[in-house]
Design a protein around this ligand. Structure first.
Ligand code: FAD
Ligand code: DLZ
Ligand code: SF4
Length: 508
C-alpha cells in the first residue's frame, strides 16, 4: 500500500526520517505552499521567498531522483490553503489512505496533524543531536537546567573538539575571550550571496504580488536556496570569517551588518545543512590551524549547545510556552519595531537591518530589541510574534525559547538565570551606535538622557520583589540603593515621563 509522505517547508533534507521510511516506487511525496503557513504571522517577504524557492528546488531534486512528487504552488487554483487541506485533497486524488511525516517544529502544526481526519504517522525528527527523550532524561531531577552542562554532554556525544574524554585545550568554554568590543576595521565583506535564477525570480514575483503588505524588503534577494549553495556559503564563512568570529561575536557596527557571523541559521533550520556537518567543518578549520580555539569552540557551542538546548526546552515545556508572562508585562509593541521613526539609534539600526536582511545577530536581538522590550514592559507574546515574523531563521521551536525565555524572562527563569537587561553603557561598549544617537549615553537623567539608562532602573525597581533575592542581581540592587533618594526619584519620574511619551505616540 502506498502512502503520502508530507515534507514541510523547513524539512528540506534528503535524510529526513519520513523520506528514509518511505518507498520510492510507491509512496507519493506531498509538498505545498499554503496560505495558512505563510500567514500565521506576517513573515518577512525574504523569509517566505527563501522557503518557497528552496521548497521548489528540493521538490525538483526529489523528482529527478525518481520520487513521485505532488507539489502545490501558492497560486495553484486548487490549493486548499492549509497543510491538512492539501493532504486530504491529495489523498482523494491518489486514493491513498495514510500519511507519514516527520514531526513539525511547532505545537500548532503538530496538533493539526495529530487531529487530521486521515491516518497520520508522525516520526521523530532525527536531524538533531539530542532526541526529546535524551533531553528529558538529562533534565530529569535537575533543579536548574544549565545549558553549559547539557553542552558538555553533547561534546562527549559528538566527540567534537574532544581529546579522549577531556575537552581540547583542557577548557570546555572560551566565552570570556569572545566579548571584545567592535574592531576599528573589519576585514570581512560578509556572507556569500547568490544571484536569483529563474526559479527564485518566479518566487520573488509571487511574493511581491501576495505579501507586499508584510514588513521587510524582498529585494535584493541573495539567500542560498539549495544545499549546494548553502555548503558554499558555509565554506566561505569558515575560510574568511571564522578566525575572528569568536573575538567579535558580541560586537555591533552600523556599517557592518554581518561582522564575522555565519548567517547559516536560515539554512540549518530549513534542513539544507545538518548541524553536525556544520560543526565538523568548523572543527576541521581549527584542527588545520586555520581558526583559533576560542572561535571554533564558541561556534560549536552555539549549535550543539544552545540550538539543541532551546529545542529541548520548547518541546519539554509544552504548547502553552508562548503564552507565558510571569512579569505580567502588557505594553503594546511600539510601532518603531515595524519601522516607524525612533530617536534611539541602536534600535533604529537593528530594525532597519532586520527590514533589509531578515537578519540581525544574537546581540542585536538580545541586547538591543530584546533588552528594550523587556525594560519597557512590552507584552512578551507580542515580542514573540515579532521575532517569529521578521527573521529568516525563525521557527517556533527555536525562536520561542530564545525570545520568551532567554530574552523576555517570561518563563520565570527556565532558560535565563537572570533577565538580560542593561543600561546604555553596554550598548556603547559593544557598538558604535551611540556616537550617532540623538540621546546621550553618558547622561543618566535630564534632557537627552539615554532611555536605556532610565528604563534599566525602572525595570529593576518595578520587579524588585522578584529579583532582589537573585544572587546574580544583588550588585545591581545595591548600586540602586546607594543612590540618594532624590536621584532615585528623578530617575523613576523621568522614566515614567518617557514611557508616557512612548504611549502617546510621540517620536521617542
Ligand atoms: P552565528 O552567530 O554565526 O552562530 C552560529 C550558529 O549557532 C547559528 O547559525 C545558529 O544555528 C546557532 N545559534 C547561535 N545562538 C543560538 C541560539 N541562541 N539558539 C539557537 N541557535 C543558536 N536563532 C534561530 O535560528 N532562529 C530564531 O528564531 C532565533 N531567534 C532569536 C531570538 C532572540 C531574542 C535571540 C537572542 C536569539 C535568537 N536566535 C535565533 C539565536 C541567534 O540570534 C541566531 O541563531 C543567530 O543570530 C543566527 O545567525 P548566524 O547564523 O550568523 O549565527
Ligand atoms: C514558515 C513556512 C512558510 C512561510 N510557508 C510554508 C508553506 O507554505 N508550506 C510549508 O510546508 N511550510 C511552510 N513554512 C514552514 C512551516 O510553517 C513549518 O514547517 C512549521 O512552522 C513547523 O516548524
Ligand atoms: Fe541606544 Fe542609548 Fe546609545 Fe542611543 S545612546 S544608541 S538609545 S544605547
Amino acid at each position: 500500500v502506498s502512502r503520502l509522505v508530507l515534507i514541510l517547508g523547513d524539512q528540506l533534507s534528503k535524510d529526513l526520517s519520513a523520506l528514509k521510511k518511505a518507498e520510492k516506487g510507491s509512496d507519493i511525496v506531498v509538498m505545498a505552499e499554503v496560505a495558512e503557513e505563510a500567514g500565521y504571522v506576517k513573515h518577512h517577504p525574504k523569509k517566505i521567498a527563501l522557503i518557497f524557492a528552496a521548497m521548489r528546488k528540493f521538490a525538483q531534486a526529489l523528482e529527478d531522483g525518481g520520487w513521485d512528487v505532488r507539489y502545490t504552488k501558492l497560486d495553484d487554483p486548487d490549493n486548499a490553503g492549509s497543510i491538512v487541506g492539501e493532504l486530504l485533497r491529495r489523498a482523494e486524488e491518489t486514493g491513498v489512505a495514510g500519511v507519514i511525516c516527520t514531526e513539525p517544529g511547532e505545537w500548532r502544526l503538530l496538533g493539526k496533524l495529530k487531529h487530521a481526519p486521515i491516518k497520520t504517522h508522525i516520526l521523530n525528527d532525527d536531524r538533531f543531536i539530542a532526541s526529546h527523550a535524551e533531553f528529558e532524561d538529562w533534565a530529569e531531577g535537575r533543579k536548574a537546567l544549565r545549558m553549559e552542562y547539557f553542552y558538555r554532554d553533547m561534546r562527549r556525544k559528538t566527540g567534537l573538539m574532544m581529546e579522549g574524554d577531556q575537552p581540547a585545550g583542557d577548557k570546555w568554554n572560551y566565552d570570556h575571550e569572545n566579548r571584545k568590543p567592535a574592531p576599528e576595521d573589519v576585514t570581512y565583506d560578509g556572507p556569500l550571496w547568490f544571484e536569483p535564477d529563474e526559479v527564485v525570480e518566479e518566487v520573488l514575483e509571487l511574493v511581491e504580488a501576495r505579501f507586499s503588505d508584510h514588513f521587510g524588503d524582498l529585494r535584493p534577494f541573495g539567500f542560498a536556496t539549495t544545499r549546494e549553495q548553502a555548503l558554499e556559503a558555509l565554506s566561505h564563512f569558515v575560510k574568511h570569517a571564522l578566525p575572528k568570529f569568536g573575538d567579535y561575536q558580541d560586537a555591533m557596527l552600523e556599517d557592518h551588518k554581518f561582522l564575522y557571523h555565519a548567517i547559516v541559521s536560515p539554512y540549518i533550520n530549513l534542513g539544507l545543512l545538518g548541524p553536525l556537518e556544520v560543526c565538523q567543518a568548523v572543527e576541521k578549520a581549527w584542527k588545520d590551524g586555520d581558526a583559533p580555539i576560542n572561535a571554533a569552540e564558541g561556534f560549536i557551542r552555539q549549535i550543539i549547545g544552545w540550538r539543541e538546548y532551546v529545542r529541548g526546552i520548547y518541546f519539554m515545556e509544552g504548547p502553552d510556552y508562548t503564552e507565558r508572562n510571569v512579569l505580567k508585562q502588557s505594553r503594546d509593541l511600539p510601532d518603531f519595531y515595524w519601522g516607524a521613526e525612533t530617536k534611539m539609534n541602536c534600535v533604529a539600526h537593528a530594525v532597519a537591518q532586520t527590514r533589509e536582511e531578515a537578519y540581525a545577530h544574537h546581540i542585536q536581538r538580545l541586547m538591543v530589541t530584546g533588552n528594550f522590550a523587556l525594560l519597557a514592559g512590552v507584552d512578551p507574546h507580542q515580542v514573540h510574534e515579532w521575532y517569529l515574523a521578521v527573521y529568516a531563521d525563525a521557527y517556533e521551536w527555536v525562536e520561542a525559547p530564545n525570545v520568551v525565555g532567554m530574552s523576555q524572562f517570561a518563563d520565570g527563569g527556565i532558560i535565563a538565570s537572570k533577565p538580560y537587561v542593561s543600561s546604555g553603557s553596554y550598548i556603547n561598549r559593544m557598538s558604535d551606535y551611540c556616537k550617532g544617537c540623538d540621546y546621550s549615553v553618558s547622561k543618566k537623567t535630564g534632557e537627552g538622557a539615554c532611555p536605556f539608562n532610565l528604563l534599566y532602573w525602572h525595570f529593576l525597581d518595578r520587579h524588585r520583589d522578584r529579583f532582589e533575592g537573585n544572587g546574580r542581581m544583588g550588585n545591581m540592587y545595591r548600586t540602586w540603593d546607594r543612590m540618594d533618594e532624590g536621584r532615585r526619584e528623578t530617575v523613576l519620574k523621568e522614566a515614567e515621563a518617557w514611557l508616557k511619551q512612548l504611549d502617546g505616540g510621540e517620536v521617542v
